[in-house]
Design a protein around this ligand. Structure first.
Ligand code: ARG
Ligand code: ZN
Length: 415
């Protein structure tokens, strides 16, 4: 028995796959200050994984709180819920079962698929093959390596031209566990290539502009969610002095860095990093955008979940100088998205619409001078959260295409 246990532990240590049997995701509905205090206290005493908002720092009254609770703390959570009289729902009864339910039942194809969540290895070979087989419309460049040494490749989509073209920059996968996001960047590239010459808007867009696509921003984190811990969010950087790994790339940009809605605790999921751009992935992207600042007219970053279309600012409640135009375009894009399957999005500036959170890529790009700067939070609103089933990849990407194309068309018209 002891021997078995020993080998069991060795096996677990070698594979190091985190499992989530019996763990639950709750939606708490704080309507009193006492409720907020109770959740904050809870977060201090046990390890709760915040799904929405992103951390305890961001809690306020009247916004729903989605938290993932390990099995050993369930009794404690139920007691606190009872004592405080707070309303709640259980979104996910068993997280491990939900993780396993995310993939559709078709046997896993060995190849890359647009309707599955592809591993980094598959995405990497997809990047190589799609760019070599469409050389008239696509080129690639490595903008640097990740902390663990993986190449960050930006795809440039657009008809070749002798003069420099204005461009749109889009990234996916800033946060590792938001798997629908990289799926969208892959979908976007496929759609752009297959509708060029057939769809008049795509044709005109790629004739006049280039679209830079970074399919996975936080590659190390994404790979880690596939191999070790499905719920990982941050980068995978290490620094002596802390045993906690990684920083939140969307708190690490130099925009009101670490002032609000971010944590200076390296163990927090919203750790802002040791300095702005301390994360090499952030530095690589920021350098690329700075270098191409004169041509980049729009910045689009894809996250999940909550069904939101956000724009600056998030590091302050002040309205952006271009607030009314940004809002008008966001509302148009949301309406376009909704026209396909009725999916409702809320749009507005980050701070007022969800919560203030400094150090985000959208605010940074905007302050650099990229006026049309948008953060998408894709499906859903919490039924599956980060574990959106693969059966929803296609409809989610189709509707999101309409919103992204709406923004692109507007930018193009207003060059
Ligand atoms: N859920 C995203 C995050 O917290 C929202 C980003 C909105 N923009 C921002 N700069 N905070 O990272
Ligand atoms: Zn995110």
């Amino acid at each position: 028995m002891k021997v078995l246990l020993f080998f069991g532990l060795v096996a677990v240590a070698l594979a190091e796959v985190t499992r989530f049997e019996g763990e639950k995701v709750f939606r708490l509905k704080p309507v009193l200050d006492e409720h907020v205090t109770a959740i904050k206290e809870l977060a201090k005493s046990i390890e709760v994984d915040f799904w929405s908002p992103d951390s305890a720092e961001l809690l306020t009254i009247d916004i729903d709180v989605d938290i993932h609770v390990p099995a050993m703390y369930l009794d404690m959570v139920y007691t606190i819920l009872q004592q405080s009289g707070m309303e709640y729902e259980i979104l996910i009864e068993d997280l491990q079962a939900a993780i396993e339910g995310q993939a559709d039942n078709k046997p896993t194809p060995r190849a890359h698929s647009y309707t599955k969540y592809n591993s980094w290895d598959k995405i990497q070979s997809w990047i190589a093959s799609i760019s070599s087989s469409n050389s008239a419309l696509i080129s690639k460049q490595v903008i640097g390596n990740t902390y663990e040494g993986r190449p960050m490749t930006v795809l440039k989509l657009g008809k070749r031209s002798s003069s420099t073209k204005p461009a749109i920059f889009m990234d996916c996968g800033i946060h590792a566990r938001e798997w629908i996001s990289p799926a969208f960047c892959q979908w976007f590239v496929k759609e752009a290539l297959s509708t060029y010459g057939r769809d008049s808007q795509m044709t005109s867009l790629l004739n006049q502009m280039d679209v830079f696509v970074l399919p996975v921003f936080n590659i190390d984190g994404y790979d880690f969610t596939h191999k070790s811990n499905r719920m990982w969010r941050k980068t995978r950087s290490r620094k002596s002095g802390s045993s906690c790994i990684g920083a939140d790339p969307n708190r690490n940009f130099n925009a009101g860095w670490c002032t609000l809605g971010a944590s200076s605790n390296p163990c927090s999921d919203t750790f802002c990093g040791y300095s702005p751009e301390s994360e090499i992935e952030v530095k690589n992207v920021a350098n690329f955008i700075r270098r191409n600042k004169s041509i980049i007219k729009a910045y689009i970053t894809i996250h999940s979940y909550s069904q939101l279309l956000l724009f600056p600012y998030s590091y302050t409640y002040d309205l952006a100088a271009d607030h009314s135009e940004l809002l008008k375009v966001a509302q148009g894009a949301s309406a376009a998205l909704r026209s396909l399957y009725g999916t409702r999005y809320t749009s507005g500036p980050g701070a007022a619409t969800i919560y203030p959170a400094a150090g985000g890529s959208d605010d940074w790009a905007y302050d650099l001078g990229v006026k049309y700067s948008y953060t998408f939070e894709l499906r859903d609103t919490g039924r599956y959260g980060f574990l959106l089933p693969e059966s929803q990849i296609k409809p989610t990407c189709e509707e999101t295409m309409l919103a992204v194309k709406y923004i692109a068309a507007y930018v193009q018209k207003n060059l």
